[in-house]
Design a protein around this ligand. Sequence first.
Ligand code: ZN
Length: 341
Amino acid sequence: MRVGLLGGIGGGIPDLEQGVDIRLGDVVISQPSGTSGGVEQYDLGKSTTGGIFERKGMLNAPPTVLLTALQSLKAEHELEESQMSIYLTKMLERRPKMRSTGHASPSVENDVLYRTGAEHIQSMATCDACDLQGQVSRPTRATSRPYIHYGVVASGNQVIKSSAKRDQLRTDLGALCVEMEAAGLMNNFPCLVIRGICDYADSHKNDRWQKYAACTAAAFAKELLLHVSAEQTSHEESIGQILGIATSLSRLNTKIDLDQLRVAEGAEFDAYGQVHAACHPATRIDLLHSIQNWARQPDRKRIFWLNGMAGTGKSTISWTIAQWLTDQAPSGVVDLGGSFF
Ligand SMILES: [Zn+2]
């Protein structure tokens, strides 16, 4: 695996005054622009007293190969309709049972947007008793096709069920959609986020549109994949390489108390009866130098991570360095300051 599409559902943030008419069942795609990578982690920033949102940190942009595919698809959509509704129709033809299990569109009468501040009656399971005056009147769409919106996806740890908080995300971040998964993933596993809109992140939110919205997101993913170049993808780093190095290192450096790690008995360097191989002279020179430089730094990170396939010489390199450290300290005391290697 080399690239990721994070498909699923999210809460829509329409902005009718600005012409952003997001409806249930539409999809929102994370798209970088300006200083944003397309996904913004909203609980990392803070609203200042002046009302200006201060953003902290920045998440990665999607992989180039997916952005290229996105541009190609957008160009095609200038000329032709999206294939999404065809895929959704075929899905229901192939598996008619899905109609009765909530995967077909719940139809526009069940798509109601309430004004900011027009709250749901908390004791009621449905919106039947909610104030009709609070409903926003929107023009009927000429088609039942899902629309595609490109822009910022806001991501955080809380479920947003408040029209005021939702509107704040639009003001602070220019977000079109809010969800809870992307921010945790983007910096470890760069991907493109595809969200089917299933509610408006307000107090009226319910799960009626969730399955259909998940299907529209999947339909977009399918259409996009037809524009992804296999040749270009093969140049991306594999997910195994990215995850193996990035997450193991950060997890080990931050979450585990290294002093708590147990020593495997008999496996220590210079354990009784152990004979250790060493790198042949004049081999692995650059790698051994970089490890030696790491070991010499008083403020080094606590781990030097050797990552490689079985049988490529990690143990031999470790023994060579251990021997070098022992030679540096003939008294037999090797002080690595709690570092692990
Ligand atoms: Zn309601």
